[in-house]
Write a protein that binds this ligand. Sequence first.
Ligand SMILES: NC(=O)c1ccc[n+]([C@@H]2O[C@H](COP(=O)([O-])OP(=O)(O)OC[C@H]3O[C@@H](n4cnc5c(N)ncnc54)[C@H](OP(=O)(O)O)[C@@H]3O)[C@@H](O)[C@H]2O)c1
Length: 323
Amino acid sequence: MIIKKICILGGSGFVGHTLANRLTRDGYQLRVLCRNREAHKDNLILLPDLELVEANVHDPLQLKQQFAGCDAVINLIGILNETGRSGTGFHSVHVALTEKVIEACRANGIQRLLHMSALNADAINGPSHYLRSKGMAEDKVHAAGDIHVTSFRPSVIFGANDSFFNRFASLLKLTPVIFPLACSQARFAPVFVEDVAEAIARTLKDPDSYGQRYELCGPHSYSLQELVEYTGKCAGTKRKIIALPDIISRLQATLFDLMGFVFNMLNMEKPFSTDNYLSTKVDSVCQQNSLIQLGIEPMALECIVPQYLSKRTRREQNNHFRV
Ligand SMILES: NC(=O)c1ccc[n+]([C@@H]2O[C@H](COP(=O)([O-])OP(=O)(O)OC[C@H]3O[C@@H](n4cnc5c(N)ncnc54)[C@H](OP(=O)(O)O)[C@@H]3O)[C@@H](O)[C@H]2O)c1
């Protein structure tokens, strides 16, 4: 299969930036669809052969038009929280959009689709709306028999602009002395964003990857408490972490759910929700790490995270001297 031009949905996000850089190195032409071109143009338009287009990906007609002339599509769009609590937000972004992507691929004769899912995504047994909707979307793409599909199921992803370590670093900074932590025993195997991008790049043209669902993990697994303690150490904001009992974790999540409108008004993402709480009920660790199968040695977070968390601290310290 000849692939020259790729349309990326969600290319303006954290993984999308790294992937766009990685695919540019291989000489692909990229069309990145985003909701707000102004917000992302500084970071993305400098890449050669990258066309950044503002489009409503939920409009089937616009999607079909934007896929025209492309040989492959990569869908990275995903959300960790929805505005309400009914699951309709997750369904719209994960499932309904995926159906539109499949249809737009068919309308343009595109035969290669790479789809970003999540570890533990499961349409039936997923404990949260997030994991069930991710599972449904994954099943939809793999049921599209006329398109060569590969999906990726990462644990939490780390890298300079991640929302995991950076968010905990900010929260630790805001909390004096003691940091109450919900779901402290949940386990994760954080995977480096560049390893994720490398996996996508390697599979793009590889027929062996057709129909595969790749689990992507880092080399080690950790409890959430270990990860948050490590964050504090790297960011220079050591706090005493108090593990909240399960019932209090759930209550905290409910409280954040009820405060949803406040976060909306402040244009902020909820720091935690009942859906997040439910997602942690299954450990985010790989049964079999597909990075190894793809010939990629997974990067340990200890080699990367201190670099950006300590820089972040220096940047914040230097803010005192800025006018
Ligand atoms: N980061 C992780 O730890 C992790 C772990 C497992 C799975 N994943 C999956 O990996 C994918 C990429 O994650 P990421 O960390 O790069 O996420 P991200 O930084 O939040 O980027 C998400 C992208 O999706 C777009 N998007 C979000 N909601 C949308 C909506 N309602 N309509 C249209 N576009 C929308 C965003 O566009 P704008 O730029 O316009 O906002 C952005 O380009 C997602 O599918 C995510 O579920 C991530």
